[in-house]
Design a protein around this ligand. Structure first.
Ligand SMILES: NC(=O)c1ccc[n+]([C@@H]2O[C@H](COP(=O)([O-])OP(=O)(O)OC[C@H]3O[C@@H](n4cnc5c(N)ncnc54)[C@H](OP(=O)(O)O)[C@@H]3O)[C@@H](O)[C@H]2O)c1
Length: 176
């Protein structure tokens, strides 16, 4: 399907200083105010995620409520119901396009972020820079910051509910 250029394709991720985004198919931290940002900005929007990320969400919270969930797997028999199952990123974006989505979010994990950036389809990235270097086994891909304009959305200190301070930034791909 030809995608109209009025659907923004956005990545949203929380990334530690060492590139870590997760450990043992879970997050490597608890940052409730960043989670609140994630919920607010993705509410009502199509969200696209890898099968591993989907399985990392506790049963009672999946599919993520209030937003159409699209799960990517190579296995066309995978039971993701009541989420949509797709076997390619193109098919995921086609579902969002057909629904006249204005902003489709790619919500990870590492394999899916890498695939989306490599495909060159990402317009915007909302990256929460987590100021720490926890151990992990899932990573955000390296990207060339020269290709993006960046603005800071919020700075959040470490406190009793947040084990790391963090900075939420928005990156928009520069027009070529
Ligand atoms: N910090 C954050 O913002 C954040 C956000 C999300 C997730 N995470 C963390 O990231 C980790 C999970 O990431 P991950 O890299 O291990 O896995 P993932 O990207 O969530 O999922 C990988 C799976 O997606 C499917 N897939 C990937 N590429 C595909 C393609 N081209 N076509 C069809 N299906 C494809 C495959 O499923 P099949 O094996 O079924 O074929 C693959 O095994 C967890 O630790 C999670 O907590 C962190």
């Amino acid at each position: 399907m030809t995608r109209p250029n009025n659907m923004r394709i956005s990545i949203i991720a929380a990334v530690a200083d060492n590139g870590v985004i997760g450990r043992d198919n879970d997050l490597a931290w608890s940052l409730p105010d960043d989670m609140a940002f994630f919920k607010a900005i993705t509410r009502g929007r199509h969200v696209v995620m890898g099968r591993r990320n989907y399985e990392s969400i506790p049963h009672k919270y999946r599919p993520l409520p209030g937003r159409p969930n699209i799960v990517l797997s190579h296995n066309s028999e995978y039971d993701a119901s009541p989420a949509h199952l797709v076997t390619s990123l193109d098919d995921a974006l086609d579902i969002a396009t057909s629904a006249k989505e204005s902003e489709c979010f790619i919500i990870g994990g590492g394999q899916v972020y890498t695939m989306a950036l490599d495909a060159g389809v990402v317009d915007t990235m909302y990256l929460t820079h987590v100021h720490g270097s926890p151990k992990g086994d899932a990573f955000f891909p390296e990207f060339d910051s020269q290709e993006w304009t960046m603005q800071v959305i919020d700075n959040h200190p470490e406190d009793e509910r947040h084990e790391f301070s963090f900075t939420i930034c928005r990156y928009d791909r520069k027009q070529s």
